[in-house]
Design a protein around this ligand. Structure first.
Ligand code: HEC
Length: 153
């Protein structure tokens, strides 16, 4: 039998969101283009660390105990990347197309986040023994995006 617990939880969440205050990106007091570029590099490095760790686990170099957590971290850092790139600040290795094709750029990050979340769910159930591979490629579509949106080294 279903209870109203879920509904009660949702209402509590809504109340806490409404009670909070939204702070915009532009309100950061020490903002500068260099800081934004540095920041998005840091977020990409977080994505890289999780993707590399996942690669080690899938190659059976280390146990799969943290596999779901790394996919969760990848999903989270991918979501953060979307925020980090949103403001149109050219520089670093980002091509101008990041912003002129923003819908496509953002959709790639959305797809990565969704796939990483699915991989996390599968990994939670059955670790490397589960069908993580089905989602892992889409969750780590790094090169496909770099080929289009990142200047060559
Ligand atoms: C939607 C596009 C997109 C996806 C997906 C993406 N990246 Fe990036 N990445 C970029 C862009 C654009 C830059 C250049 C940013 C800049 O220099 O400001 C970049 C930069 C980087 C950098 C360089 C950071 C530095 O310090 O110079 C690393 C490392 C990186 N990405 C790793 C990854 C990894 C690992 C993945 C996959 C798990 C990934 N990226 C997925 C677009 C993407």
């Amino acid at each position: 039998m279903r209870t109203f617990t879920t509904l009660g939880f949702a209402a509590a969440m809504a109340a806490s969101v409404i009670g909070g205050t939204a702070q915009s990106w532009a309100a950061a007091t020490n903002a500068s283009p260099e800081h934004t570029i540095d920041y998005r590099h840091n977020v990409m490095k977080a994505m890289e660390a999780h993707a590399t760790a996942i690669g080690q686990i899938l190659a059976l170099m280390v146990p799969d105990t943290n596999l779901a957590g790394h996919f969760e971290g990848l999903a989270l850092s991918t979501r953060q990347a979307k925020v980090a790139f949103k403001e149109h600040i050219e520089g670093g290795k980002a091509k101008p197309e990041v912003w002129s094709n923003w819908a496509d750029f953002a959709a790639r990050l959305d797809k990565m986040e969704t796939s990483a979340t699915k991989a996390m769910e599968v990994a939670k159930e059955s670790g490397v023994a589960g069908p993580v591979g089905e989602f892992a490629l889409d969750a780590m579509a790094c090169k496909q995006c770099h080929d289009v949106y990142k200047k060559k080294d």
